[in-house]
Design a protein around this ligand. Sequence first.
Ligand SMILES: C[S@@+](CC[C@H](N)C(=O)[O-])C[C@H]1O[C@@H](n2cnc3c(N)ncnc32)[C@H](O)[C@@H]1O
Length: 301
Amino acid sequence: MQHSPTYTLLEAKNWQDYELLDSGDGLKLERFGKYIFARPESQAMWRRALPQKDWDMAHAVFQPTAEESGGHWDFKKRVDEKWVMSYPLPNVGELKFEVMTTPGRHLGVFPEVASHWDFMAGLIQKAGRPVRVLNLFGYTGLASLAAAAAGAQVTHVDASKKSVSWGRENQALSGLNEKPIRWIVEDAIKYMQREEKRGVKYDGIILDPPKFGRGPKGEVWEVYKSLPNLFEICRACMSNDPLFVIATLYAVRASAIHVAQALDEMMKKYNGNMDSGELVTRETSANRLLSQAVYARWSAK
Ligand SMILES: C[S@@+](CC[C@H](N)C(=O)[O-])C[C@H]1O[C@@H](n2cnc3c(N)ncnc32)[C@H](O)[C@@H]1O
């Protein structure tokens, strides 16, 4: 490897509106603002630490079906259709965003990736020059907002019209309407192929791909097959003075070592630091860690 990576467990420690209250028996109990939810967590192979009465506090429980992402929410108490949460981005300000229970079991925020928001916002602020950031598979836009709030010019790409509108609403809620964010509904690979042809360059790239996905015209995303191709196109779109690249993979049987090696290849001509490992959340009940994703990130020396 060109860069010798460090392997780290990254914990997002600045949350006030989110908590992992407990885990065990294949479930996790979490607080999103004023509401508590129980969701499946197949890796929680231990017993729950909190008594049943605490789990009974959940406003809703996600009941999965046999397919990987199917299921429904079983509401035990009243929950607003949407509510607002915030994240205090260090030295930048507060990000505000809407959350809601969705049929895919997610709520519009992956709290563990906040460590990446802190990391890149710090780099953008320190850069002291205009920074162009690309956020691929950007979902509800929180990484885009963090980059923009720190001073970057951002291009946000996601296949889902609904997620992109949600991102725009989050931009307004956070008071960041004046910040330059381009919101694009498009297949990630198709969009990047066009950017390469146009000669567009980026100083920072965030990739948060799902295991499987579809572009707006049914284009198939399959992480093991598609990621090497996407990395190659991203390499062609790196500026001469790149600041960072962050890749995060959820729900895949990939070690952080492999993601780091793929990213190392992408960034081999640049002098920088490679850091990779797992994004983890610590329970408040028994202090155990839940590993949510693997990541690799490169930053300029
Ligand atoms: C939920 S986020 C990533 C969060 C987390 N990594 C996960 O796996 O659930 C994944 C995003 O990728 C988007 N997506 C899926 N396939 C895509 C494609 N081919 N091009 C662009 N975006 C895509 C989805 O719309 C979604 O917002």
